[in-house]
Structures are given as structure tokens and as C-alpha cells.
Ligand binder design. Structure first.
Ligand SMILES: Nc1ncnc2c1ncn2[C@@H]1O[C@H](COP(=O)(O)OP(=O)(O)OP(=O)(O)O)[C@@H](O)[C@H]1O
Ligand SMILES: [Mg+2]
Length: 494
């Protein structure tokens, strides 16, 4: 059906479709019916829908019921005058525009009404083209106001806490740049350690762009061997290679009008780098085994957890491709550099996994948060997400306690004590000097067990010894000897 289709559709920012109704509704309020009728005739000739009202009250009733973009109202009317109507109307629909129609001698009142938010006034008698010009201007402004409000809503929506968490200065900066670059079609390169949220940001750039209602297509460059990646990106014609039994459109074509997200771009082979460079330079490509040149209007967002510049220095990544990708670079800070976000993200994930697992947990114990704040999170937000999922599943009590955290986190949060132990510095026990070591040991173990509510696995993680050792030490048991005993030995020595 789409054989050799030339894709030339362009989506420029100025073509941005906004969900404003093209059909504009105008409310005419005037107590003089013949005047209302003749004005309605002039305006409806332009394709606008006209609602008539004989006084302010009737007008407000219509305003509450219909989506009115503009009100044309007489200034002097019985019951409620035009200025009063203007004020009430603005409280019902703040973005509605109002044009006042004045007779001889009321111009001053109309001028004052501009301060109350009237768009303009027109003095009777007027010519049809004069009123049409004014109405057009008012409606244009109205559209702009609506568009702007929708954009603001979109930005607010994307900053809503359940979408992208980031109140640290570093993340705030990132989000500012995202909002700034999203409306253009400029290529964006997102750099950041694994799990810092590169994909989340790529999606946000798309969602905030005029391309939002076109496809967001993701390709993971590392997941596919070179030839498959090429077929995936550019598509192929029937018979292009063994197994190509039918034509297939590539991801570049599928993303036409939208955004193509090239994940792990640093992993792309030298040959593919050349091919990508060409698409970026000329915006054209051919399907594998095809001869037709295909154009696709695609906004490119690439991501990598590699230092691409260093890869360029090593000659592992082409410099020309790098500079094409590097039009705008976003560097996502590692989680350990945005401490403020750790508690926010932790609670965010707690909520998500509580719902998912149908479990009720009240919160995260301060000791647990302390450990999270000290930990270095080498795999960043994703690791925190996984830690919270695990904690929710394991948690026995109403709070996430340190014992619910993954052992690697407990282990590496180091303090002055033995390696492998977690320091819970707000849990302190005092032991008089001169207490025999054996008794001290027993007491520490007992206190830890109290803390872990008797869970020996948790206690053993906190203490950095095996649960069997705990047993032996407090029960005074010998424990089983043999190979297991040898393992215990190792625990104690380390
Ligand atoms: N700021 C954030 N707010 C909420 N969730 C986030 C945020 N950043 C990341 N996440 C979540 O963390 C996980 C990892 O994010 P994402 O997949 O975007 O990271 P990445 O940098 O692409 O990782 P990788 O390098 O491993 O591909 C996802 O589940 C994502 O939803
Ligand atoms: Mg990713």
C-alpha cells in the first residue's frame, strides 16, 4: 500500500495543533433586538456561531452553559450594564474576551472598563468592516491565551510529582532545559550513568513537543547486532536478505513526524555510525535492498551512559557524528549528587509498589532513609526503585526498616565498625567499661534482634555475620561443625 512512499510531511512548530475549537462562539448582549439581529447576521457570515441575549442575566446564563470565546455587549442596558456583565463574566470564564459597544456620551465609561479587562470598545454607529476587524483581533488574542494556557498545563502536568521527581537544583536545571528545548526539533543527546532516568527524560521531551501526538519510537542500539539494527532502523524490501519475505518499514519511517529515541548510541558500530551520520546530514535513507530515497521528518533524541567525548578521543566514536548529535546535551546527575531527591523518589516508589502489591505500609523509618542517603547508588534511580520494590514485598511491619533494604546497600554503608555492618547511628546502646567482650557481643546481638523484631536474617545483615553465628552466640550453642562451621569462621574473621 505504501510502496516506496516518499515521506515529505513536515511538522513545523508553527503547525502545532492545539485542541482549541476552530469554531468560535460569540455572545451578543443588547436589549435592542433589531440591532442584535443585524449584528448577528454580519458576524455569522464569517462562520462564527452567535448566541443572542436581551440582557446581562440572560447573557450570563448562556455563558455558564456554552463555551463562549467573545462577548459583545451594549454598555447601557437596563438591570445590569455592560461593565457589570464584564466583571461577572470574567469570574465565570476568565479567558473570555469582552468588547463593549457604546453609544454617544458613554465613551468615558468604556475607557474605564478597559481596566476591568475589556478587550476594547466600539462606538455606535460603526461599519461592518470595523466591527469585523475588532472581533477578529479579539478572537486571535483569545486563541493565543488558550494555547498558552494549554502549554502551561502541559508543563505543570509533566512536573506533577507522580511523573518526574526532581526537586534538587541539578534536576531542576535539567527539567528547565527540557521545557526549553522540547518545542524545537533540535537533536538532543542525553548523557548519564545507568538508571539516571535518560529514557524518562527522552519521553518528556517528546511529550512536551509539538510532536506529542505523533509516534515516540525507541531503538536500543546495544540490543541488536549490526545488520539487524540496520534493518530495524531503515527497514527493508522484500528479498533484501534471506528471510526478508515481505517489505518492512524501519523505525525512522515509523517515527515520521514524531521522535526517534536512539538508546545506547555509544554502542553503535563504526559502519552504522557512517549510516546514521548520513541520515542526520541529509535526512534521507533507503530501505535495505531498496533504491527509492526515503525522507522522514524525525526528531532525534539519543542517549548513552558512556562518556562519548572520551569515546571520540579513543577513536571509538566518530567525531562528526558526535557533533551532529551533540546539538543540545543534557547531563543527568547521578542519584548520589541529588540527595534531596532520594527521600522523594523513595516515597514515590513506596507508594507505587504498595498499590501494586496491595500492602499497606505507613512510611520509611528514618534509619532506613539515613542509610539510603549515605549509599552511593551506582545504578541510580533504577536501583532505588528495585530496592523499594523489594522492601515493600519483604516488609513485615508498618515501616520500611533497614533490614528490608537489600544487603548490598546495608553492607556498603560503612562506618567505623567492622566492614559489612550497617551503622544505625540513632540506635545507641550503652555498655559500661569493663564488660567482658563476650557479654558485649551478646548484648549487641540481642538489641539488634529486638530492633529486627526477632528476624535473624535481618539482624545478621545489620551485623554483617551469618544467622547461624547469631544463634550460636546467643544460645551458647556450638552450632554444627564441618563445612558450615568453616563458613562461620570466615564471617567472624572478615
Ligand atoms: N526523576 C524520576 N522520577 C521518577 N522516576 C524516575 C526518575 N528517573 C528515573 N525514574 C525511574 O527509574 C527507572 C530508570 O529510569 P530510565 O530507564 O529512564 O533510566 P536510564 O538512564 O534510561 O537507564 P539505563 O541507562 O539503564 O537505560 C525507570 O523505572 C524510571 O521510571
Ligand atoms: Mg535507558
Amino acid at each position: 500500500m505504501s510502496g516506496g512512499r516518499i515521506l515529505s510531511r513536515k511538522t513545523r512548530p508553527e503547525e502545532m495543533t492545539v485542541e482549541t475549537n476552530d469554531r468560535k462562539n460569540i455572545l451578543l448582549v443588547d436589549d435592542h433586538q433589531p440591532f442584535r439581529d443585524s449584528l448577528a447576521k454580519i458576524l455569522s457570515g464569517e462562520g462564527w456561531q452567535i448566541f443572542g441575549a436581551k440582557d446581562g442575566e440572560e447573557g450570563l446564563e448562556i455563558l455558564r452553559r456554552e463555551i463562549i470565546h467573545l462577548i459583545l455587549t451594549d454598555l447601557k442596558m437596563p438591570k445590569m450594564d455592560g461593565v457589570e456583565l464584564l466583571k461577572v463574566a470574567k469570574t465565570i470564564r476568565s479567558e473570555v474576551e469582552v468588547i463593549l459597544i457604546t453609544g454617544y456620551g458613554t465613551v468615558d465609561t468604556a475607557v474605564t472598563a478597559m481596566k476591568d479587562g475589556a478587550f476594547d470598545y466600539i462606538q455606535k454607529p460603526f461599519k461592518p468592516r470595523e466591527i469585523l476587524k475588532l472581533v477578529r483581533k479579539a478572537l486571535e488574542k483569545q486563541t493565543l491565551v488558550l494555547e498558552n494556557r494549554m502549554l502551561q498545563e502541559k508543563i505543570k502536568d509533566f512536573q506533577r510529582p507522580d511523573k518526574i521527581i526532581g526537586r534538587s537544583p541539578a534536576m531542576k536545571r535539567v527539567l528547565e532545559i527540557v521545557a526549553q528545548v522540547a518545542p524545537s526539533s533540535a537533536t538532543v543527546l542525553i548523557q548519564g550513568e545507568s538508571g539516571t532516568g535518560k529514557e524518562v527524560i527522552a519521553q518528556a521531551i517528546h511529550d512536551l513537543s509539538p510532536r506529542a501526538n505523533r509516534p515516540f519510537i525507541k531503538v536500543s542500539c546495544a540490543a541488536l547486532p549490526e545488520t539487524l539494527l540496520e534493518a530495524e532502523l531503515f527497514g527493508y524490501e522484500r528479498g533484501a536478505f534471506t528471510g526478508a519475505t515481505a517489505r518492512k518499514e524501519g523505525r525512522f519511517e515509523l517515527a515520521d513526524g514524531g521522535t526517534l529515541f536512539l538508546d545506547e548510541i555509544g554502542e553503535v558500530s563504526p559502519t552504522m555510525q557512517v549510516k546514521l551520520l548520513r541520515v542526520l546530514q541529509v535526512g534521507e535513507f533507503e530501505r535495505l535492498g531498496g533504491t527509492k530515497t526515503i525522507r522522514a521528518d524525525v526528531r532525534l533524541v539519543a542517549a548513552t551512559n558512556m562518556n562519548l567525548l572520551e569515546a571520540v578521543d579513543r577513536k571509538a566514536f566518530r567525531e562528526d557524528l558526535y557533533s551532529r548529535l551533540n546539538v543540545i546535551t543534557l547531563s543527568l546527575p547521578p542519584l548520589r549528587e541529588r540527595e534531596e531527591d532520594i527521600p522523594l523518589l523513595a516515597h514515590h516508589f513506596l507508594e507505587i509498589f504498595q498499590k501494586k502489591n496491595n500492602k499497606e505500609i505507613q512510611g520509611i523509618a528514618p534509619e532506613s532513609l539515613n542509610i539510603m542517603l549515605q549509599y552511593r547508588w551506582p545504578r541510580n534511580v533504577r536501583q532505588l526503585e528495585n530496592a523499594l520494590e523489594r522492601a515493600v514485598v519483604l516488609a513485615r511491619g508498618k515501616m520500611v526498616v533497614p533490614g528490608d533494604l537489600p544487603p548490598e546497600i546495608l553492607k556498603t554503608v560503612q562506618g567505623p565498625a567492622a566492614e559489612g555492618a550497617a551503622i544505625l547511628d540513632d540506635k545507641v546502646i550503652s555498655i559500661p567499661l569493663g564488660t567482658p567482650l563476650e557479654v558485649i557481643e551478646k548484648q549487641v546481638i540481642e538489641e539488634t534482634l529486638k530492633y529486627s523484631r526477632g528476624d535473624k536474617n535481618v539482624a545478621s545483615k545489620i551485623l554483617g555475620i551469618s544467622s547461624r553465628t547469631i544463634y550460636r552466640k546467643i544460645e551458647g550453642e556450638k552450632g554444627e561443625e564441618g563445612k558450615d562451621g568453616a563458613e562461620d569462621q570466615k564471617d567472624e574473621l572478615s
